[in-house]
Design a protein around this ligand. Sequence first.
Ligand code: UDP
Length: 566
Amino acid sequence: MELSANALAVLHARYLLKDERGRVIESPREMFGRIARTIAAVEKRYPNGNAPCWEERFFQLLSTRRFLPNSPTIMNAGKPAGQLAACFVLPVDDSLTGIFETLKNAALILQSGGGTGFSFSRLRPRRDIVRSTGGIASGPVSFMKIYNSATDVIKQGGARRGANMGILRVDHPDIVEFIRIKRTAAELANFNISVAVTDRFMAELAADGTYELVNPRSGAVTGTARAREVFDEIVTSAWETGDPGVIFIDRINRANPTPQLGSFESTNPCGEQPLLPYEACVLGSLNLARYARDGALDYPALGDAVRTAVRFLDNTIDANSYPLPAIEAMHKGNRKIGLGVMGWADLLVLLGLPYNHPAAFALARTAMKFIRDTARQASAALAAERGPFPNFARSIYAAQELPPLRNATVTTIAPTGTLALIADCSSGIEPYFALAYKRLVLDRELTEVNRLFLRFAEERGFASPELLRAIERRGSLRGVRSIPTGVRRLFRTALEIPLEDHIEMQAAFQEYTDNAVSKTINLPHRATREDVARAYRLAYARGCKGVTVFRYGAKKGTLVKFADVD
Ligand code: UDP
């Protein structure tokens, strides 16, 4: 099955079924068979379903790693009470019962392998009154710390670390405390945090104006803040630690397909999936590197895969065992799926396009538009066969003169942190972070050089031990004069790409993505606070739904060695 050593190691450690004594009891081939069988069995519930035919097609797509569903599906498909979705959002109400009821529910989701997003914006601010006790409130940040500790002690089925998103609106009175929280080492280590930024805030930022801070309990205005000062706090924290990101909450809500059912307050942990309270989503990613053919993207083959993947993800909703009845009702009401891509940087190399070439941005738009249009057609075809999503009549689509859809959303770009390892491709839509990585394999430090680069260098006859050593030292081709400029451009790594181009790529994909796009704007260590500020402003101007920056060497911990191209 041509699995790389890395893919095999990940599968053995976390994905292949094990017996009670921890011994692996299935091969990777059997694992893909288990997933295909479980998801295809759903066909039997529908009048025209053909389980054997779809099992075969799902198996083909999975075992060639052209498409992979999110990790919980790979780990849990076919297990009793197998939970298959990666993304959840829970509401946090302003009462002790509400806060701890949600913490309990979050524990169940974490245990099942999912990640949860929470908005803490409804909680009354610190020092506000608590009527029942006559005491004073401790505020959203204090409760986030409790959620964080709880996550520490719950291992996600032993297979995944707990991931949470914590959101606070920019007009919450405790916003500055929230923005600064990650500057203290080890605070909220299980949380990504983001500020929900409003259009009003962005307008005041541009005009150097002020805006009102509002107590969510009473609706009372507690004070005013200067937008620029709060923005500077966000920028300083992000420059130091990578957190908080921002989400453009009004823009996210303008894209809400079911506003009658509620508004978005939060996204899932990595930011790519805005969800209503109690909503879930199943994700899946196509490996675009597998669709390069004769120097171009093979649209007919990609279209076939998109149709099969949409059916797979729709079936996954029916095959899922949900951690809570409220979540099952929401997910089965809107039937959101998020089909996305990985291997984008690989595809560009295979097509000979540098990551930040105008033709690469154009291809991102064309390819993603094709994927979204094809996915919507597939969802409409499923609606004709199985019925539209139950809340369809209450959705924005009902007023449009288009065929009904089976799924309220069809596209999302996930980070594919582990999926890309299994598929042996570059992650999501990210450029290569480095061309050489060091990995600890059984206590031995092994250096691994980018596979496509090695092939490229060998084919063109410039591979040499000195070259490999230089790449191992630097992580990139920057300044390696023995390599032609064109090749150096083609293999440019994340820190060599200007932040404007990172954002342009995110914006290009966002244009044709129903949900959101996971992308880290990686900046070199020397990047300034002004660079971070520019990235945030530009992401807003270019139509992104949110943005996350990470300055190399900032506090969160460096991701890989060998990449310091400064
Ligand atoms: N996620 C999680 N724990 C993790 C990694 C991811 O709960 O350790 C969830 C989270 O909601 C994230 C989503 O899975 O946004 C998708 O992440 P990714 O694509 O990296 O997951 P993969 O399927 O590759 O494991």
